[in-house]
Design a protein around this ligand. Structure first.
Ligand SMILES: Nc1ncnc2c1ncn2[C@@H]1O[C@H](COP(=O)(O)OP(=O)(O)O)[C@@H](O)[C@H]1O
Ligand SMILES: [Mg+2]
Length: 502
């Protein structure tokens, strides 16, 4: 600790002003020592004043340059973060201001100076911006959801990697959806606490496959496609075996004449059995057979021949080949089980598949995960979605499952980490309102800060001059609650080192 100033002027329960003797910088943490109490504060503003240059003074002070400059002084304003009790523990409530008197010294906290804060599960992903002191975060609040916001290149993905690694050291597993396959998969490939799975190893749900086809042939035929996919599955990919399925739907042109009619009638009406996704894994996808079933489905749905021809043509020129779904190792359910039953975090590399499949994989995996966690309980899991504008913004097919986790996840120990450039447009209202920790850096949209302030404190921060790797942390994960500036470690190795044995 270094003596850097003394209190002057008026002090309050939120702010104090001090005269600066030694260098201090904005965002430095300072200890305010009184005869009665000790307080912790963070420097928010610094100003330089020279009474010889007082704009309101009617007098001009005469003298040489040195004399005039000697009349200058520096004042700083610190926001109070809490008061220290007898054992040196920080209590983040201040009911009496520091006394401005003979003994009211300001000390700068330096490397090695520890402040005891009540943190149930400390984790470290970086240091305070100025002093290299470790920045303590409280991992016990992960299930209250985290957002990381900043313009491109500020270091969001890097920060999220450090968080996922730090959490894994505290037995909090992550499932990371790597939108580009470049931000997580290469970094965790060699890490034994993580398992990387590629999207092309995972079989999407029938609805997911249907949506990919519908995207190609026109979404106005989404229902035809969906029925045809289920017909394909029900018949095991055999166009000659679809009658039973269509009959059960009441779709046969003249189903009374069908030889299978009695069979259906003998069963409970309308009972259609469709195998679970696990069994789909064994069904072989063949374009030719699928197209035949699609044609038949559309005919049964009374589509005109010209419409059918158009759809078939669009399918053919799209270059879609359903064979790519053959031999996939996992279903989304199995991916979820791998996470819940195993002890490793997962990275799902989504770089190979089109958006419709990415959506479908994310949605189905989280859906099964959520169900499994509610049945089993006791686990702590974070769902990481980077480039969240693609998955969490209002109107995307995945926003609703993420909203469900945002609203109810904490009860079952499931937290979200969402990273994106913009706060309002990239995250739906239902998600934003349930986020309790925000890491924010330079923003792409300046007005976002006012919106962020609706969920966590953001007063007195200056974002314009932040370099990459610098983030204000505000909300539950930060035991000091008020926004404080974090500088993330340059590497994951440092996360391992800093968290070892703590
Ligand atoms: N604290 C840091 N120290 C060193 N390099 C960093 C730090 N934070 C981020 N970087 C680097 O900055 C670049 C951009 O970071 P990235 O996380 O990809 O940004 P974003 O996801 O916000 O676009 C990357 O090369 C990353 O390794
Ligand atoms: Mg990124």
């Amino acid at each position: 600790m270094k003596l850097v100033g003394t209190l002057v002027g008026k002090s309050g329960t939120r702010y104090v002003t001090f005269r600066v003797f030694e260098e201090v910088n904005v965002n430095d943490l300072v200890l305010i020592e009184n005869s009665k109490r000790r307080f912790l504060g963070v420097v928010r503003w610094i100003s330089h004043v020279n009474i010889a240059k007082n704009q309101y003074s009617p007098f001009i002070v005469q003298g040489d340059e040195e004399t005039i400059d000697a009349l200058g002084y520096m004042n700083a304003s610190a926001e109070l973060l809490g008061v220290l009790d007898e054992e040196g523990r920080l209590i983040p409530r201040i009911t009496i201001p520091p006394i401005v008197g003979s003994k009211s010294d300001i000390y700068l906290l330096e490397e090695g100076d520890e402040i005891l804060v009540n943190v149930s599960q400390p984790v470290y992903i970086g240091v305070y911006s100025s002093s290299s002191r470790l920045f303590q975060l409280d991992a016990s609040y992960v299930n209250y959801h985290i957002a990381v916001v900043g313009t491109t290149g500020t270091g969001k993905s890097h920060l999220v990697r450090l968080l996922a690694k730090a959490f894994s050291l505290k037995d909090i597993k992550s499932i990371i959806f790597d939108h580009t396959g470049q931000d997580y998969a290469p970094f965790f490939k060699e890490d034994s606490a993580f398992r990387v799975i590629e999207d092309r190893e995972v079989l999407p749900s029938p609805a997911g496959i249907a949506s990919v086809i519908a995207n190609e042939v026109g979404n106005e035929y989404a229902e035809d496609i969906e029925i045809s996919i289920y017909a394909y599955l029900a018949s095991g990919g055999n166009p000659g075996e679809t009658a039973e399925f269509f009959e059960a739907l009441g779709l046969m042109e003249d189903y009374r004449k069908s030889k299978k009619y009695s069979l259906i009638q003998n069963r409970k009406p309308g009972k259609i059995e469709i195998a679970g996704p696990e069994e789909f894994k064994n069904i072989e996808w063949r374009n030719e057979e699928y197209l035949e079933i699609l044609r038949y489905t559309m005919a049964l749905l009374a589509r005109r021949n010209t419409t059918i021809a158009k759809v078939i043509m669009r399918y053919l020129i799209s270059g879609l080949d359903l064979a790519k779904f053959n031999g996939r190792k996992y279903t989304p359910k199995e991916v979820a089980e791998l996470l819940v039953n195993g002890d490793k975090s997962l990275v799902l590399d989504l770089s190979n598949e089109p958006m419709a499949i990415k959506w479908s994989l994310l949605k189905d995996t989280i859906k099964f995960l959520w169900k499994k966690v509610q049945d089993k309980g006791g686990d702590r899991i974070v769902i990481v979605v980077d480039e969240a504008q693609n998955y969490a913004s209002a109107g995307t097919p995945t926003a609703s499952i993420l909203e469900e986790i945002a609203r109810r996840g904490r009860k079952f120990g499931v937290g979200l980490i969402l990273a994106s450039q913009r706060w309002v447009t990239d995250l739906s209202t239902g998600i934003r309102n349930n986020i309790n920790t925000v890491f924010f850096s330079q923003l792409a949209v300046e007005s976002d800060i006012a919106e962020i302030s609706k969920v966590v404190a953001t007063e007195n921060v200056d974002l314009s001059s932040l370099d990459k790797g610098y983030f204000y942390v505000s909300g539950l994960l930060n035991p000091m609650r008020k926004p404080l500036l974090l500088h993330t470690f340059p590497t994951v190795e440092e996360v391992v080192k800093a968290n070892a044995g703590r």
